[in-house]
Design a protein around this ligand. Structure first.
Ligand code: AMP
Ligand code: MG
Length: 487
């Protein structure tokens, strides 16, 4: 098994990380391997390689060419600045180049303590590892930018949380692990030279077209804001709640990163929070755009010395970029909702149609995911699905009439709209009650449910007979869902 590493961060960014090594697991065993992803990365894996792979992906053996390291970063956690975070339970093995030229980090998550572990054990339990694997695969299948999971390996060791759990290591693939918090760390501790170096590296790696910009750091801010607006609009569009939108969990690549207490909303409610550690609802579903704004203000602050160095006048331009985020986000979000509703072009009353939609969904407690599939069925002349979601027959009648009117003005026929809607609106998402049951079984040693759920969410848009229970909202009597951060 040859990874053909090309470790640019290790080679060019000395001082931005600490060397690290994995703890040898007592009895590594493969839980699951992502063959389609391996293929996308250009890793040729046959069964003969598996034993060697398990050794590598559990931290038992180091592949040739790896330069294992832990990245330094800081971050605002729930609004408070932590100057010293960093990879406390993750090990970057190195970078590989896929056949299409794209560069990816290969990281082991849960492979033992590093220089940045503080009081943590550097380990991960099987539940959170399989949750990240499942949810990130679902996100990728829905077209949401995300880190990926290449493998999950059981370590054979116990990990102590509220109680003892089987330990596991996740192999995470990311276009990089540079976060807003990485910039904050070097701005806070080292100053402008380091920020400029990190900005240059980031631009070269992610956004080479910005290298010639008059003020590259300002251009970087603009680009990252754009990507984050797109990302959060995608999250809202699939009912996703990240749960810990701290600045150390915001990747500048625009990928969703750090799946902890995340979950998908069932019934629409704008204040939905699942995380047990988010008592004040800071990261509630509907607050995510505001938090994106706040996080980008922190990113701008970290970049200011680099921006100022090129042109002091550009500091005002940076402020203007941050101030424009709410409007920029709303434009992107509305485009996404129009797509979900099957609407082409921009109608003059779309803003109101969209705002009232969310009021209506909340008032009637409608299952968010199913709703968009149900109105596509309506276009096909079948109202049964919509009726099954509403508390009363006419519950949303005025809104539906308004939407129908808007569709009627489009040039395409209703069936074409319905198909276009189904292509962007998932039918199968990792429903909380299904995820929970699958993880419980997996922890007890039975992976079958988890593997089946993985297979279902990898094809989120195409209806499959016999899979009705995967599309169904949580049972009405389900206990309110809570997620825990003990990842
Ligand atoms: P997270 O909440 O996963 O974004 O992690 C926040 C910070 O805590 C990061 O610096 C992690 O590396 C660190 N951390 C989380 N869990 C552990 C653990 N079990 N051992 C060491 N560090 C950890
Ligand atoms: Mg994190």
């Amino acid at each position: 098994m040859d990874f053909a590493f090309d470790n640019s961060f290790h080679d060019r960014m000395e001082g931005f990380y600490a060397p690290a090594e994995a703890v040898t697991p007592s009895a590594p065993a493969l839980l699951t391997f992502n063959h389609p992803l391996a293929e996308r990365l250009g890793l040729e894996v046959d069964s003969a390689d598996m034993a060697e792979l398990v050794r590598i992906l559990s931290g038992q053996g180091l592949p040739d060419g790896a330069n294992p390291l832990a990245l330094a970063y800081a971050g605002h956690q729930f609004g408070h600045f932590s100057p010293q975070l960093g990879d406390g339970r993750a090990l970057l093995l190195g970078e590989i180049i896929a056949p299409d030229g794209a560069r990816f980090d290969i990281q082991l998550k849960g492979s033992g303590p590093t220089a940045f572990s503080r009081n943590g054990d550097g380990k991960a339990a099987i539940g959170p590892v399989l949750r990240e694997f499942l949810v990130s695969e679902a996100m990728a299948a829905m077209g949401v930018p995300t880190t990926r999971a290449l493998a999950a390996v059981a370590t054979g060791d116990r990990v102590q949380r509220e109680r003892a759990h089987p330990g596991a290591v996740l192999t995470r693939i990311a276009s990089s692990h540079i976060r807003v918090g990485t910039f904050q760390f070097f701005a806070a501790h080292f100053g402008a030279d380091h920020v400029v170096q990190l900005a240059d590296y980031s631009i070269r790696r992610h956004f080479p077209d910005l290298a010639e910009a008059a003020n590259p750091s300002l251009a970087l801010l603009d680009r990252v804001i754009g990507l984050q607006c797109e990302l959060v609009a995608q999250w809202l569009g699939v009912g996703f709640i990240h749960g810990v939108m701290n600045t150390d969990n915001v990747a500048i690549s625009g990928e969703t990163i750090d799946y902890g207490p995340c979950a998908f909303m069932d019934r629409f409610a704008v204040n939905t929070v699942f995380s047990s550690i988010d008592a004040n609802g800071r990261y509630a579903y509907g607050r995510q755009p505001q938090i994106l704004h706040w996080n980008m203000a922190r990113f701008a602050e970290a970049l200011l010395p680099a921006i100022h160095r090129v042109s002091p006048a550009d500091v005002d331009a940076a402020k203007a970029l941050v101030e424009a985020i709410p409007v920029r986000f709303r434009t992107i979000w509305h485009a996404r909702v129009r797509e979900k509703l099957g609407l082409g072009g921009e109608g003059t009353d779309d803003g109101e149609l969209i705002d009232t939609l969310f009021d209506e969904l909340e008032e009637h407690g409608v299952d968010f995911t199913s709703f968009f599939r149900a109105i596509a069925m309506l276009l096909r002349g079948d109202e049964a699905m919509l009726q099954s979601l509403l508390p009363a027959r006419d519950a949303m009648a005025p809104w539906i009439a308004q939407w129908w009117e808007r569709i009627a003005h489009e040039t395409k026929g209703p069936l074409e709209h319905a198909d276009a809607m189904d292509a962007v609106n998932p039918l199968y998402i990792p429903r909380n009650h299904l995820v929970e049951a699958a993880l419980d079984a997996a922890e007890a040693g039975d992976l079958a449910q988890w593997l089946e759920l993985l297979e279902v969410v990898r094809h989120p848009h195409v209806i499959r007979p016999g899979y009705e229970r995967f599309a169904a909202p949580a049972p009405k009597d389900a206990v309110p869902y809570k997620t825990f951060c003990g990842t």
